[in-house]
Design a protein around this ligand. Sequence first.
Ligand code: SAM
Ligand code: SF4
Ligand code: SF4
Length: 370
Amino acid sequence: MMSTGHYRRPYYADVQVTSRCNLKCDFCSASAPGIHSNVNQLKIEDINRIFKELDELGILRVSLEGGEPFLRNDFLDIMKLADIYDFEYYVNTNATLINKKMAKEISRTSVRKLCISIDGPNETIHDICRGQKGAFEKTIDAIKNLQEYNINIDGIITLSRLNVNCLIETIEFISSLGISNVAIMLLASVGYASNNFSQVYLPFDEWSHTLLTLTDLKKSNLLTADVRIVSTGESKCPWELYLPLLKNNRQDDIDSWIRQDSLTNFSEGEFFCTAGKDNLAIDGAGNVYGCSLMVSEPGLRAGNVLKEGLIDIWDKSVVFNELRSNQRSDVKGACASCELLNTCGGGCRACAFALNKDLLYSDTRCPIAQ
Ligand SMILES: C[S@@+](CC[C@H](N)C(=O)[O-])C[C@H]1O[C@@H](n2cnc3c(N)ncnc32)[C@H](O)[C@@H]1O
Ligand code: SF4
Ligand code: SF4
């Protein structure tokens, strides 16, 4: 139920039910520690309280994730708790731990869909990306188990240097599994990806080439799945899409990916980043952040749900206040004099912070900002 008197209600939240993970991706935005790590983990009662407060804030969608959510023995009970509330929910998972019995149990919950990471068309590439041999086989088995029970699945490809050469093949492979929606996640320079930046981050020229190929295939209806590109930073017209097309005099092709009118009518004002404005994230220990890409940065912690109510944190936190009051005209570095600032909205604030330790600095992944 929506209550009144808050800054404004968030639309969606990422809840990391655990920080731990059974895999080890070199780009992991959550900096997930291994399964034997003794990091604090929220109790199911705390998670229920979080759900209640999210419901009170009028949240529309919750993504349950991690770490790897299915590492928790009580994750099914957590899903059943989520069933009680008004928000819809998704689960983000590497799916390696979902057997037939679990798939059957999941089919009895109201989860909207499972967003499953599939980074390559074969075990060689996928297992390199996921840091563990055998991960591919387990994920594919799980997908078959889930499909037996007609559970909705989206495929997520996290694009990096490690899998860029087989991107089209991966899309075709995912659609051959009977999955029709594929999201390509562009890499955020946060968490392990900031430590391993040069090994995992795709240089701009390579990304440009890839985007042009994808655009040609999309325009000719040759992509085998409904492909969406998920950039960081939440801009309607992110530099990751606009700049490669602009540099190749193909800016009109932007409407293959976003609405043309997203290019115009932007006035002075806030960064387009919606962290702490439209969304929030909670890590496995109850720390609250503006978005899931901020969870590896203690400097961006807005509070902890074990010490304060989530609604109080949403309304009063200093970090959220800063995220809400920062203006694009305050940006430091090359973005300040870039003529595209009002189009791209100033890039991803989580990436800018991870690379420069300053929320107002330029998103230095952008080639113009370097
Ligand atoms: C943090 S994971 C948690 C769920 C689950 N463990 C998984 O990997 O699917 C959620 C999604 O974020 C993606 N991801 C991880 N690191 C990323 C990064 N640095 N930039 C963008 N997406 C990233 C993952 O590949 C996955 O699709
Ligand atoms: S991206 Fe997901 S699977 Fe990979 S280490 Fe992080 S939490 Fe685990
Ligand atoms: S330099 Fe900054 S403002 Fe210009 S396109 Fe890149 S991220 Fe956007």
